[in-house]
Design a protein around this ligand. Structure first.
Ligand code: SF4
Ligand code: SF4
Length: 421
């Protein structure tokens, strides 16, 4: 069996070898290429970093409401996200119990608390209460407080919220898909309410740009209409950047039970090109706000021993819903089959369920264990176990089209990094 975690790439008439086992890059002189090809035929042992349970939780996603004021057509939360939900808003008591529970299981605290919904700005008082409660708890326990982030549709911004962000938030993520006609084709107000979501969000991005102390990221889903041409222009990506946004996180569409991409192969080949163009643009225009994204791959390469996990859902990251139910990530919220426990329940239930996610390793999957990109999978779309579940109904079956996208993006990025080596 060939050594499948070595990847030989050709870029601008240079040969670059990437060793997926040691995460090292080599420039290969042309005359050595056939020797390298022979070497690639020889099997070799594979290594993974040992599985460690972290003392500090990387991310707690706290869903402060399950209600949303938008009804986006591709939303994976679908009809679960409605005011008839049993617990539409989190209570102060559940917030306290959540923080107490998490700090009892992760003795070194939490790196980042991410407020989530529904639309989290429908429950600002819960956000304020959480920040106050955590600040006190961290002082009492002498642990470093977390950073705060939020994922919001941005339609409810006002002066008071802007001040709250300025005071406590390092980074705020808005959702917007691009120009008005592209965004408003899918992102619409709930309950038939009239008005343009794009106009509302773009106006507040501009209004608060000047005295903003927090970074704004925009989460942009690349819809099929943005990929109408074979070699698509990144017009919407550039349009959002012009709204004063430092970093645009581009996401591919995944299939859900309510939304299927019509021409998946065509979508995949076009979005690969879209990603390449966006990265090229970012590398040419590196700034304080986007550099951390670009450097994330370099950081992974510095580790030298690949992680054996896809993403950190279920052990490094967890999500708690408005009723105190614990999920591996917000992508599983509301699905009873994925409840890991409750913040008022027996911690042993959570710990037992956490093992499922700790043991959901790359090396246990025959295809992934041989993949040259396995060491970087956790930092790409291919490693998102939430998308596996939405597409395949399981957490251990990666999605081929996202693997293609991730591998192609890595290949392109590795060739660019090799030029600086
Ligand atoms: S999920 Fe895809 S990219 Fe990641 S290791 Fe598995 S096959 Fe490779
Ligand atoms: S990669 Fe996907 S499943 Fe994993 S933590 Fe992120 S959103 Fe959740």
């Amino acid at each position: 069996m060939a050594n499948e975690f070595l990847k030989l790439m050709e870029s601008d008439r240079e040969y670059i070898l990437f060793d997926g086992d040691t995460l090292k890059l080599y420039k290969i002189p042309k005359e050595k290429v056939s020797e390298v090809r022979d070497f690639m035929e020889k099997p070799r042992e594979r290594h993974f970093a040992p599985i460690e349970i972290p003392d500090r939780l990387n991310r707690l996603t706290l869903c402060v409401t399950s209600v949303c004021n938008l009804a986006c057509k591709y939303c994976y939360e679908g009809e679960q996200n409605c005011p008839e939900h049993k617990t539409p808003f989190i209570s102060f008591e559940t917030i306290q119990k959540t923080i107490d529970f998490v700090l009892s299981q992760y003795k070194e605290g939490i790196n980042c608390v991410q407020f989530f919904g529904g639309e989290p700005l429908l429950n600002v008082k819960a956000i304020r209460y959480t920040i106050g409660y955590i600040t006190e708890a961290c002082q009492r326990l002498s642990i470093e407080p977390p950073a705060y982030t939020i994922v919001t549709n941005g339609t409810l911004m006002n002066d008071e919220i802007h001040e709250l962000f300025n005071e406590h938030f390092g980074r705020v993520t808005f959702s917007l898909d691009g120009r008005k006609e592209i965004n408003d084709a899918n992102r619409v107000f709930a309950g038939g309410k009239k008005g343009s979501v794009y106009d509302t969000v773009a106006a507040s991005l501009k209004k608060y740009e000047k005295d903003r102390k927090y970074y704004v990221d925009v989460q942009m889903t690349v819809t099929e209409s943005q990929l109408a041409q074979e070699d698509p222009e990144i017009t919407d990506f550039l349009h959002i950047k012009d709204l004063g946004v430092g970093n645009v996180q581009i996401s591919p569409l995944i299939n859900t039970k309510d939304y299927q991409v019509a021409e998946r192969d065509q979508y995949t080949s076009r979005i690969i090109r879209y990603f390449q163009k966006c990265y090229d643009h970012e590398i040419r225009n590196i700034n304080k706000s986007n550099y951390y994204k670009l450097l994330s791959l370099v950081q992974v390469l510095k580790e030298h021993t690949p992680s054996d996990h896809y993403c950190g859902a279920g052990f490094r990251d967890i999500s708690v819903d408005t009723a105190g139910n614990i999920f591996p990530c917000f992508m599983f919220n509301e699905n009873p089959a994925f409840i890991m426990g409750n913040v008022e329940g027996d911690p042993e239930e959570f710990l037992k369920n956490r093992e499922i996610y700790l043991n959901n390793t790359i090396s246990r999957n025959e295809k992934c264990a041989k993949c040259w990109a396995h060491g970087m999978c956790s930092s790409g779309h291919a490693g998102c176990i939430g998308s596996y579940y939405l597409e395949n109904g399981t957490i251990n079956q990666p999605i081929d089209y996202n693997c293609q996208l991730t591998k192609s993006t890595f290949e392109d990025a590795l060739c660019k990094i090799a030029k600086f080596a």
